[in-house]
Write a protein that binds this ligand. Structure first.
Ligand code: ASP
Length: 331
């Protein structure tokens, strides 16, 4: 019963209600996370599976929220949340990432600071345990925004980040998914995956009103030729601007790049004054859908209100804010 009402609540576009003034001290701190959207077959998701997903989503949500509650920055909060999801083998990021056609895990990640519009991103890294930490270093400690492949890993070494052998990212489930995909059986692959996507992300607002967004992914199963998706492309899968909102996306990256989804949502809020909920809804169900793109976004607006929109069957997600809201949902 509780599950049903939570699911219903989360099927609404706006997931945060206005907080009762008495319950909130100071500006609203809030965080939303996602663990991918897609074909979430209820039959494939056993109660044990569901419990495992929920537990890891909760850990990530609470870790991010704890940073905000202690007065930490939204940047630190989104990194804390995404790191946990990267370390979980259940999601398509870090350990448990999907395999490319060559049987390799190539990881993409990005982070953006809504206060300064600084951003950092990495693409096609193969040995960095937590790509989101490398993206953060690109933003904080390099003059660049996006580093790729071997050069990005050389920078990771210089920054003393943890590097791991490629085998660290291996999971049997993802390998089977690759074999299915190589045979052209996308439906079966999705069933193994319990959802074809599985990218992770977080958006947050801190006490100072600063917004941040972070996204991390293994990309698409069976990807080829050095393919890079939307997640590390600033404006496509990740964007943050204190003047409007912060967005992290998951879905068929090629379409998110073409529709510049994350920036498009923020631009609509900033330029036309629509709510983040309305903008997310219009872009995900309108622009993106018309192109043929599947997936969803989580969004936090300037006031800390959390919003999501997805045009798939489900999306692994969680939200927590200063009004006492703390929710995890899948469908
Ligand atoms: N958006 C990611 C990509 O295309 C995939 C995902 O969301 O799982 O690389």
């Amino acid at each position: 019963m509780l599950r049903t009402s939570l699911a219903l609540l989360w099927s609404c576009v706006v997931i945060a209600a206005p907080a009762p003034a008495a319950a909130v001290e100071g500006p609203m701190i809030s965080i939303a996370i996602h663990g991918g959207a897609g074909v979430l077959s209820r039959a494939a998701l056993t109660p044990e599976h569901e419990g495992a997903y929920r537990a890891d989503l909760e850990r990530a949500l609470d870790a991010g929220y704890a940073v905000l509650a202690a007065g930490g920055s939204s940047l630190d909060a989104v990194v804390a949340a995404v790191r946990i999801l990267e370390d979980s083998p259940l999601f398509n990021a870090g350990r448990g990432a999907v395999f490319s056609n060559a049987g390799i895990n190539e990881l993409d990640a990005a982070i953006m600071d809504g206060r300064t519009l600084r951003a950092g991103a990495v693409a096609a890294v193969r040995h960095v345990k937590n790509p989101i930490e490398l993206a953060r270093r690109v933003m904080d400690a390099s003059p660049h925004v996006l580093l790729t492949g071997a050069g990005a890993e050389e920078f990771a070494l210089e920054q003393s980040l943890t590097l791991v052998p490629g085998s660290y990212f291996y999971t049997e489930r993802r390998w089977q998914q690759l074999e299915q995909a190589r045979r052209g059986d996308r439906a079966a692959a999705a069933d193994i995956d319990i959802g074809y996507f599985g990218t992770v992300g977080a958006v947050a607002r801190d006490r100072d009103g600063n917004l941040a967004a972070a996204t991390s992914t293994g990309g698409l199963t069976n990807k080829r030729w050095g393919r890079v998706g939307d997640s590390p492309i600033i404006g496509a899968g990740t964007y943050a601007d204190n003047a409007s909102c912060a967005v992290s996306a998951t879905g068929s990256g090629e379409y998110f790049i073409r529709a510049v989804v994350a920036h498009e949502i923020c631009a609509r809020v900033r330029l036309s004054g629509v709510t983040a909920a309305a903008a997310a809804q219009a872009v995900v169900h309108g622009t993106l859908r018309k192109l043929g793109g599947d997936g969803g976004v989580i969004v936090v607006d300037r006031d800390g209100h959390l919003t999501l929109a997805f045009n798939t069957e489900g999306m692994f997600r969680g939200a927590r804010d200063a009004s006492g809201r703390r929710e995890i949902a899948i469908y």
